[in-house]
Design a protein around this ligand. Structure first.
Ligand code: SF4
Length: 70
């Protein structure tokens, strides 16, 4: 299953990720984090099912390249 990583140091809080993929991303206090449902050990890491394809669009559209999906 794809792993999602958010680099909060690079995140501007623009909210693009949440707009494109609210199932996985939420912006709290001006910074993006993984929603509790898919979160791993901390706010910036998650594992999502293959069928949640919007993570790829969010990665592509983050203006600061703060999202990595692997
Ligand atoms: S799109 Fe990128 S910069 Fe904008 S809130 Fe999401 S992770 Fe942060």
């Amino acid at each position: 299953m794809p792993k999602v990583l958010i680099d909060q140091e690079s995140c501007s809080g623009s909210g693009n990720c949440m707009a494109l993929c609210s199932e996985v991303f939420e912006v709290v206090n001006g910074v993006s984090q993984v929603v509790e449902k898919y979160r791993d050990d901390n706010l910036t890491e998650g594992t999502v099912p293959e069928e949640v394809e919007c993570v790829h669009k969010a990665e592509e559209k983050c203006p600061f390249n703060a999202i990595l999906v692997k």
